[in-house]
Design a protein around this ligand. Structure first.
Ligand code: ATP
Ligand code: MG
Length: 700
């Protein structure tokens, strides 16, 4: 979070505001009053034409961002965040139209701009970075050529454009710019691509930078690096930032102020820390409560959910946009438009009853903790080597794990660490190398699914991140579930109808949902269907591979509650893969931390979060931005995960380990140390020493 330009990054001449920022310190809010806002939306209304009818999507959005300020926009999927971002640069899709209101960028009303003015505005003053870096780059053209192009459009000569492109890559901290220029987009990792896209966005030295979910697809550690970069660049360039992210922790760590959006209206606005610590709109309260945070665990609390769903596009909402889902809704709310209430300190809320927020009692139900019992699954010495172009690529190396009845084992680690490969080995999709052994309920498990008995197949099921891939799109939900029931249990048609009804009931799918096709369901409902399908044959073990990472926090909360509920009723065991450590902490009883196909640390959830930590776990934990704003010194890992085809000597983590002992870690395989009963760390540093190092704040 340093304000100093990093070594090797060319320092750009600051705008007037950068000096102010330096004087005020990093992260401080720039004094807004004296200057023209970098972006100002005034009562902006936008509609999308669908089947010839204008459907209102933004219902009078107003906010402004000062030069050098970062403003965050949060709210559930479909509330209009991206529409706001596109509208701010007049990039709306063809069927989108600004129906009233104004957008001023640095004082100029861009709603009145003609084509040529717009072209110049976009080339010179404002830039946008999208969630998927791939979509901003042409896959068939080398990265360098595309980057050079963004300087050529500014009217630069070819040699200048090339020099500037190289310099831009330096500026976004890409190590070997010349090499990267010569690559195609698919040859770069997600983090690298996003850096390239940010470099392109900064080509014109914009006054306004709009970032729409810039880190959503990235690992926590890569995300933290990209966010650091955005912070540094913000300090250097003094650009105003509009940041959209569904991770509220990211918004808190990046933004001075935040706007909470619901159904095309900003319902609450204010300094980010204040809004998240002390929300003053019922929707913000609901959004924050649905997060698994502050070390809450499934046994003690279920997560709060916001009942109902977002109103449909174009819905007529004359009074309060949140009325259908608000527990405070009164007759007044039903009869009059919600007023904009000034709460002082730069905070506003759009609510009739801000005085009643305090009465929204924490809806926390206590649940029975599932007692864990017998071991269901053991994995001993399991490795998996892939063959690739004549090379052997060890994707899993000597995995030892066990899973108890009714237990959730969380698997964490950066992408490429082997989590999904391990899941597939358990399911028999990838047969492990010879020599390892897996047992299910004390009997040996065939390595390949084709050789497993019907009972073994039925015992293990999987839920994926994207339910679409698992659900037949042309079938109704009823048919999908019925087929799974019949296939897994061999039940006759009548019995399977009854079983489908029970499943639907458990998963809170109504009969109406059963007659719909997956495409007609929301993401959360689709995931419920996928879970129902996984539970069709009373599985012993369900592997959940990022089951909620595509969902909004409130929908995620409902799915996590459901998984916890099913587990406590049926004593199902879960192998739960997620890159969201907050979610893993909530649901998992034990956690295994993977790196380059090896388990670096395994222990109870309390041990993993409480420490001592493996240095890799320590870095992973430090990369998580928290919505609670807990202070954490982020540990930066050097470089990227090495290729599994060519693993480093000694401890595979040593090239990136901030605590490595030279002469030891690079040459000798680390021992397995038991920090406490069942808490295992693979490291050369003794557990006590790790604990001491990790407790002294100066050590990061
Ligand atoms: P997410 O978090 O999923 O990215 P968002 O808050 O960015 O959601 P928008 O993409 O702005 O939401 O969409 C707002 C509403 O407008 C949604 O109901 C969406 O389905 C609808 N919408 C978006 N683009 C179009 C379009 N081109 N035509 C019609 N409707 C659209
Ligand atoms: Mg969006």
């Amino acid at each position: 979070m340093s304000t100093e330009p990093s070594p090797g990054v060319p320092y750009l001449p600051p705008r007037a505001t950068a000096a102010d920022r330096a004087a005020a310190g990093a992260g401080a809010t720039v004094d807004v009053d004296e200057r023209r806002p970098a972006l100002q939306l005034e009562d902006l209304q936008v509609a999308y034409a669908v089947r010839g009818i204008d459907r209102i999507v933004l219902r009078g959005v107003s906010f402004s961002i000062a030069p050098g300020e970062a403003f965050g926009l949060v709210g559930e999927s479909g509330c209009g965040k991206s529409t706001t971002a596109y509208a701010a640069l007049r990039y709306l899709p063809r069927n989108g139209r600004i129906t009233s209101g104004h957008i001023r960028v640095d004082g100029n009303d861009i709603t009145t701009f003609d084509k040529e003015q717009l072209r110049r505005f976009r080339a010179e003053e404002a830039s946008m970075v999208y969630q998927d870096p791939g979509s901003s780059l042409n896959p068939t053209i080398k990265v360098g050529k595309q980057l050079v192009e963004s300087f050529l459009v500014l009217g630069q000569s070819k040699p200048d454009a090339r020099a500037n492109a190289l310099q831009a890559l330096n500026r976004v901290q890409i190590a070997d710019p010349a090499r990267v220029m010569d690559r195609y987009p698919h040859q770069l990792s997600g983090g690298m691509l996003q850096r390239v896209v940010i470099a392109m966005a900064l080509a014109c030295d914009p006054k306004l930078l709009v970032l729409d979910e810039p880190t959503t697809g990235l690992d926590a550690t890569v995300e933290a690096e990209v966010l650091d970069l955005v912070r540094t660049l913000r300090n250097e360039t003094g650009a105003a930032i509009l940041l959209i992210a569904h991770n509220l922790g990211v918004i808190r760590s990046m933004c001075d102020r935040v706007g909470v959006m619901y159904a095309g209206k900003i319902v609450e606005e204010g300094p980010a820390a204040k809004v998240f610590d002390d929300p003053q709109h019922p929707y913000t309260v609901g959004l924050l409560r649905s997060l698994p945070r502050q070390g809450r665990r499934k046994g003690q609390h279920s997560l709060a959910t916001i009942p109902g769903t977002l109103p449909v596009l174009g819905a007529d909402l004359p009074t309060c946009v949140f009325i259908d889902r608000c527990s405070l809704a009164s007759d007044l709310c039903r009869s009059q438009e919600a007023p904009l209430v000034d709460l002082g300190g730069g905070r506003t809320t759009r609510c009739h009853h801000p005085d009643l927020i305090g009465t929204m009692l924490e809806a926390e139900s206590t649940r029975v903790v599932v007692s864990q019992g017998e071991t269901v699954l053991t994995i001993a010495g399991v490795s998996k080597t892939f063959r690739q172009a004549g090379h052997s690529v060890p994707a899993l190396v000597g995995i030892d794990l066990s899973l108890a009845d009714g237990e959730t084992l969380g698997l964490v680690g950066e992408s490429g660490s082997g989590k999904s490969t391990l899941a597939k080995a358990i399911l028999g999709v990838h047969a492990p190398d010879l020599g390892g052994e897996m047992t299910l309920d004390q009997h040996q498990l065939a390595s390949r699914i084709a050789k497993r008995s019907a009972a073994d197949k039925r015992a293990m099921q999987i839920i994926f991140q994207n339910p679409d891939s698992a659900l037949n799109a042309s079938w109704t939900v009823r048919r999908i579930l019925k087929r799974s029931v019949r296939k897994l249990t061999g039940a006759n048609s009548v019995d399977s109808d009854a079983r489908v009804a029970t499943l639907a009931d458990h998963l809170r799918l109504s009969p109406r949902h059963l007659d719909m096709k997956p495409s007609q369901l929301s993401g959360g409902l689709k995931q419920r269907v996928a879970i129902a399908r996984a539970f069709a044959g009373d599985p012993r073990i369900v592997v959940c591979d990022e089951p909620t990472s595509a969902l909004d926090v409130s929908v995620q909360a409902a799915i996590l509650n459901l998984l916890a509920e099913l587990q406590s009723e049926q004593r199902t065991s879960y192998v739960f893969i997620s890159h969201d450590l907050g979610v893993v902490r909530y649901l998992a009883d034990r956690i295994a931390v993977m790196y380059l196909g090896r388990i670096m640390e395994v222990g109870s959830t309390d041990d993993i979060f409480g420490g001592p930590h493996h240095p890799y776990t320590e870095a992973l934990l430090s990369a998580v931005p928290s919505v609670d704003g807990e202070p954490s010194t982020r540990i930066k890992l050097e470089g990227e995960i090495p290729s599994p085809a060519n693993p480093p000597s000694g401890c595979v983590f040593h090239p990136r380990c901030p605590r490595r002992i030279d002469g030891v870690c690079n040459s000798i395989e680390p021992p397995i140390i038991e920090a406490s009963l069942g808490h295992i760390i693979r490291c050369h540093i003794p557990a006590e020493q790790l604990r001491e190092l990790q407790q002294s704040p100066a050590s990061g």
